[in-house]
Every structure is written in structure tokens, then in C-alpha cells.
Design a protein around this ligand. Structure first.
Ligand code: PGA
Length: 263
């Protein structure tokens, strides 16, 4: 059994004071939630407040993006060592909003993912098709392309440490959740690609098995994201293919997000 990751992506919401207020309500509600890893990804400016508020709890804190360089002339970027120094342990990479509004490509997603791993952060790498791609029947091709052009540039050992979030773009912030079957289908496509890619490279596959006790395809956790709410979390999580969720809007409310965590 893969331990689920229940992650919240706050996007561009919550100041440090609002972050502290969130945790005051959230902490007691998830005190006993040992069945999963809980990760909250606030904006960079609230990371320190979140780390502080989550101290001595099982909740981990993540960034929403990560620069690919250690340091340098990259105005507006935040590096892995900076994220580590503030006490965060995860980083979302390649969110569709980054791809859509900030020209993130599969190539930069790979570079950012490699940086996260290099500095000891767990990357949650997002993939997913847009509505027109789904309507043309291109979902699998898009997912396969995003995997091959992006994260399949990792070694098998690196790969077993990442989490993937399948986030169909048409389901993000729209209230249209993928049905559990649609999500599970996409997860199977992704896992199948992982099996093909890292099962073929025999030497690497053996290394991964030795380190993780299982194949990369079995070790990798694939989260679902896109209009996850307290009332649909349970049916999504009932799919054996779904190893957790990445929640946007509904993660802003401590009571709502706690009930998702405790699906
Ligand atoms: P949503 O966002 O839950 O608000 O649809 C999900 C995400 O963008 O990660």
C-alpha cells in the first residue's frame, strides 16, 4: 500500500497572519491523521509562518514552485536551498497555472524537478490535459508526452522519490471534478508509462527495487487534483489508483481541508 499524500495548494492566497490563523483551527482536526502525509503549500511569503505553525505536527510544508539554479541572477525566482532553509520539505512543480501563465514547459519542469531532488525536497510534479485535448481524444498522448519530454529525464532512483499529480486542466477551479473512473484511467496511463520506462532499463530497475523494495511504477504516488472537495474526496480516494489529492480552493478552509484529509 502506498501512503497517500493529502496536499493543499493555496495558490496566491493567505498572508502570514492568515496562515497562522488557518493552522490554529487545522492542527487539532488532523492530530490523529496518521493514515496519510499532509502537505500544505502556501505562497513563498507565508512559508516561514506555516513552518512555524506546523512545528511538532505531522503536517509538512511545501513551496508552489522552485528555481532550477542554486542561486544567481534570476529575478523573481526562489531556489531550493532557500526553500530548504525556511524549513519546507516539498515543492510543487509544473502546475498548469505555471504552464499556462508563466510559460513553464516540460523542459523547465524537468530542470525544476531535478533541482528539488538535488536539494532534498520532494517534488510533486503536475501533469494534465486541457479540455480541447480531452475532447479530441488526446488525453493519453498529452500525458505520455508530458512524461517523456519532462520527468522521464530523471533516473529511476530519482523517479521513485517524486510524486506526480494528475490535474486535468478542465477540472481545476471549475467545480468539474473528473469522475473517479476518468481519474483512475489517467493514473493507469501514467503508471503504465512509468512501468515501461523504468522496467526496461534493467540495471536501474534493480537499483530502484533494492532501494525502495518495489518497482518505480509501484512506488510512485500519483495524486489527483481538480475540484477536490470534502464531498468527493472519499469516492476519489476509494480508487486504488489514486494515492492522494492536490487540493486548491478547498484547502483554504481549515475545516473543509481537514475533512478531505480525513476522508
Ligand atoms: P482546485 O485546484 O482544487 O481549486 O480545482 C487544484 C489545483 O490547482 O491544484
Amino acid at each position: 500500500m502506498r501512503k497517500p499524500i493529502m496536499a493543499g495548494n493555496w495558490k496566491m492566497y493567505k498572508t502570514p497572519a492568515e496562515t497562522t490563523a488557518f493552522f490554529e483551527k487545522f492542527r487539532p482536526l488532523v492530530e490523529k491523521s496518521e493514515h496519510c502525509e499532509i502537505v500544505i503549500c502556501p505562497p513563498f511569503t507565508s512559508l516561514a509562518a506555516a513552518v512555524d505553525a506546523a512545528k511538532n505536527t505531522r503536517t509538512r510544508i511545501g513551496a508552489q514552485n522552485i528555481g532550477w539554479a542554486k542561486e544567481g541572477a534570476f529575478t523573481g525566482e526562489i531556489s531550493g536551498p532557500m526553500i530548504v532553509a525556511v524549513g519546507a520539505t516539498y515543492a510543487i512543480v509544473g502546475h498548469s497555472e505555471r504552464r499556462q501563465y508563466f510559460n513553464e514547459t516540460d523542459e523547465t519542469v524537468l530542470k525544476r524537478t531535478q533541482a528539488a531532488l538535488e536539494f532534498g525536497l520532494t517534488p510533486i510534479v503536475c501533469v494534465g490535459e486541457r479540455l480541447e485535448e480531452r475532447e479530441c481524444g488526446n488525453t493519453d498522448a498529452v500525458l505520455v508526452g508530458q512524461c517523456h519530454k519532462g520527468i522521464f529525464g530523471l533516473t529511476g532512483q530519482q523517479f521513485a522519490k517524486i510524486a506526480i499529480a494528475y490535474e486535468p486542466v478542465w477540472a481545476i477551479g471549475t467545480g468539474k471534478t473528473a469522475t473517479p473512473e476518468i481519474a483512475a484511467d489517467a493514473h493507469r496511463t501514467i503508471r503504465g508509462q512509468v512501468r515501461e520506462k523504468f522496467g526496461k532499463e534493467a540495471a536501474e530497475a534493480i537499483q530502484v527495487r533494492e532501494k525502495f523494495g518495489k518497482e518505480a511504477a509501484e512506488a510512485i504516488r500519483i495524486l489527483y487534483g481538480g475540484s477536490v472537495k470534502p464531498d468527493n474526496a472519499r469516492t476519489l480516494m476509494a480508487q486504488p489508483e489514486i494515492d492522494g489529492v492536490l487540493v486548491g480552493g478547498a484547502s483554504l478552509d481549515p475545516v473543509g481541508f481537514a475533512s478531505i484529509v480525513n476522508f
